[in-house]
Design a protein. Structure first.
Lengths: 424, 259
């Protein structure tokens, strides 16, 4: 396989200063990777034998969206500006729009669910992962179902493997999906790549829970790309547990289309050595009284790097909506590079957008305390890493994922496997 | 200074931000002995404990610290801990994100004779927690976060019993504790002495904690200087008279020195 670079990946919807180097990222696909089949899906036939499709569910939603569209003309200045063909000096009441405003307003006018669909890492990564996967697994619930499924991608050094999964949760159903992105280099220095492409349609009042564990060794590049569409009253809970991988790219975009839809995202990450973490979250509030919460908590050690972009977009019409994003990151070494970009875009009144970040180096008095118990700077860093891994192991969805966490922990920390014996 | 001292502090002068806190302090503690360092607030008692433990905030300007036959004056605090020194904090810090059990496991890692594998470690820590009337649920909580003052002190005692240092400095471990918590701390000190015959330096300005202890030597510190040393009979005297006379004497001698 030839060298491949995915540019403008995980781009923020509304970019900030270019010199900050955080508007988007570039994904270098390691050269000479062999495309391998390394995906297993554990799900009842009820889920996989279906005629439902993501596109079909979106088309059904579109019909209802179109039916609810009012006849009243939208006379807002931004709409006039987006619809006019040429600018005129005689019309000083119509503002000039930035490229971003023009695109956003046109999307708003079109109100096209399929056209507005997006994923966090964006379309090029989506295409690449779909190519690796070969085909898409569709997991569809019937109304009233309560289902669970596990998708495992087991990467190997020298190989590239990807899963492509569509989840279609019918109205009043629930589904619990676990995705394990594990790359075991088995002592090899060769690079590897694993990833998953996920599209989720959460029907009216559906409950969808998605947990992604990334436990790849340092030689792996990992791409976790997802896009969500939420119908009225749907609730989606996402947990991203990013523990390993030399370079990881986690992207999630969500369209809270239906009224009272709710999205909860909990991210736990760890980066050690020279690892790099890249996160891009885009939550579009379109329905009324929609709610989103993003809560990230991480530890950076060594000379690792992390960028987290979190955008809450409160779009015209989402009255009564609330979006919130928080991050707590512990910088256990002076050599780490940590960037966080919380963005709240707002074109509606009667909404609330909140963001907060707590970024802290380990304080000297904490280091002294740890020193008084025999922990050097290096041992203190290892303790922070171990604590994150132990927490992830304790809350792992199944034994196999827990074993992956312990394998990763044992590679990073001496005697980490003792922890497993302790809690067994 | 006794020749078989476990800890010898000789002519120690230490400062912080160019302000001298300790002035030529001498202290000698033999193996198995219990010493008490008393004095009014601001006398430099806690500084003494921190300097012995190697807190990088303080600069040692003169003098030396010898422990177990080795000069540790330049040693980092983690190495002093591994050499067998222990400091119990007056106000133990909180470390969010790190469960107490993970911290305890890290603190015994690599210590000869103390390393324990998984289940053995868990069993040992639970035994110690029971000994200190401590809810084992705390083991899974983040270190110090949301702990009451009493629970924090119990965690300090638990570490003392787990690590079994050769010499422990207890910095006002009794401060802010109710009667029940005080009794638990006293039990912890007794258990430590019984389990490994370790040495103790108890920093306090309250004599209650000393009632059940067999004290070998009492040192009174005022203004960064040891102004009086005696046997345990000094404790009831201080309980009755306080530190006022020592402070007067110290002020007089400092004035004489400056003249």
């Amino acid at each position: 396989m030839d060298a491949l670079t995915i540019r403008n990946a995980s781009a923020m919807p509304a970019p900030t200063w270019g010199w900050l180097r955080m508007n988007d990222t570039k994904i270098e696909i390691p050269v000479d990777l062999e495309r391998i089949r390394a995906v297993t899906v554990e799900a009842d036939e009820d889920l996989t034998e279906t005629h439902a499709s993501f596109e079909g569910a979106v088309a059904d939603l579109q019909k209802r969206v179109d039916a609810a569209r009012g006849d009243a003309e939208d006379t807002r200045a931004c709409v006039r500006a987006a619809q006019r063909e040429t600018e005129s000096l005689d019309d000083l009441d119509t503002p000039a729009l930035s490229a971003y405003q023009l695109r956003a307003t046109r999307d708003e006018i079109a109100n096209d669910v399929a056209a507005a669909f997006e994923t966090g890492v964006h379309v090029d990564a989506r295409s690449y992962l779909n190519f690796l996967a070969g085909s898409t697994v569709v997991l569809a619930t019937e109304s009233g179902d309560d289902e669970a499924a596990v998708v495992r991608v087991a990467g190997e050094a020298g190989g590239a493997a990807g899963a492509s999964v569509d989840v279609v949760a019918a109205a009043d159903s629930s589904i619990d999906l676990t995705i394990s992105l594990d790359g075991n280099a088995a002592g090899s220095d060769a690079a590897g790549l694993i990833g998953s492409e996920l599209r989720v349609f959460a029907g009216a009042r559906a409950r969808v829970s998605v947990t992604v564990y990334i436990t790849a060794d340092a030689g792996f590049t990992v791409i976790d790309d997802a896009g969500y569409v939420l119908d009225e009253g749907a609730r989606v809970d996402v947990r991203h547990i990013v523990l390993g991988g030399g370079r990881t790219y986690t992207g999630l975009a969500s369209d809270l289309r239906g009224d009272t839809a709710r999205m909860e995202i909990g991210t736990r990450y760890l980066a050690s050595g020279t690892e790099q973490r890249d996160f891009n979250y885009v939550i579009r509030h379109r329905g009324r009284k929609t709610i989103s919460n993003m809560d990230a908590n991480g530890v950076l050690t060594g000379t690792s790097k992390k960028v987290l972009r979190g955008t809450i977009d409160l779009i015209h019409g989402c009255k009564g909506s609330e979006g919130s994003e928080r991050e707590t990151v512990l910088l256990a070494n002076q050599g780490v590079d940590n960037k966080t970009v919380p963005v709240i875009l707002c074109d509606e009144d009667d909404v609330a957008g909140n963001h907060g970040a707590t970024i802290g180096h380990v304080r000297p008095e904490q280091l002294f305390y740890l020193g008084c118990r025999g922990l050097s700077q290096e041992a203190a860093e290892a303790l922070f890493v171990a604590a994150k891994l132990e927490d992830a192991a304790l809350s792992a969805p199944d034994e196999q994922i827990r074993a992956n966490v312990v394998r990763l922990g044992s590679a990073l920390i001496d005697d980490f496997a003792d922890f497993e014996e302790e809690i067994a | 200074m006794s020749t078989d001292a476990l800890l010898s502090v000789a002519d120690l002068t230490a400062s912080v931000d160019e302000k001298t806190i300790l002035h030529g302090v001498n202290l000698s503690v033999a193996a198995g002995e219990t010493h008490v360092l008393m004095g009014p607030n601001g006398a430099g008692k806690s500084t003494m404990g921190h300097v012995i433990m190697g807190d990088p905030v303080y600069t040692v300007n003169e003098g030396s610290i010898t422990f177990d036959g080795a000069d540790i004056t330049e040693l980092s605090c983690d190495k002093r801990s591994r050499a067998g020194l222990f400091l119990s904090f007056q106000a133990p810090v909180e470390i969010p994100g790190v469960p107490l059990s993970s911290f305890l496991r890290a603190s015994i890692a690599g210590r000869p004779g103390l390393e324990m594998k998984g289940k053995e470690f868990r069993r040992r820590v639970k035994e110690l927690a029971a000994q200190l009337d401590m809810d084992t649920a705390y083991l899974n909580r983040e270190l110090g976060v949301g702990f009451s003052g009493g629970e924090k002190k119990k965690v300090e005692m638990l570490q003392l019993l787990l690590l079994q240092p050769k010499l422990a400095i207890l910095d006002e471990t009794d401060s802010g504790l109710d009667v029940d918590a005080l009794s638990v701390v006293s039990r912890g000190m007794d258990a430590y002495r019984a389990s490994c015959d370790g040495s103790l330096i108890i920093i306090t300005h309250n004599t209650r904690i000393l009632e059940h202890l067999s004290v070998d030597r009492v040192h009174v510190m005022v203004g960064g200087r040891i102004v009086r040393e005696d046997d345990a009979s000094l404790i009831p005297w201080i309980d009755e008279h306080g530190f006022e006379s020592f402070e007067r004497e110290a002020a007089g001698s400092v004035a004489d020195d400056e003249r």
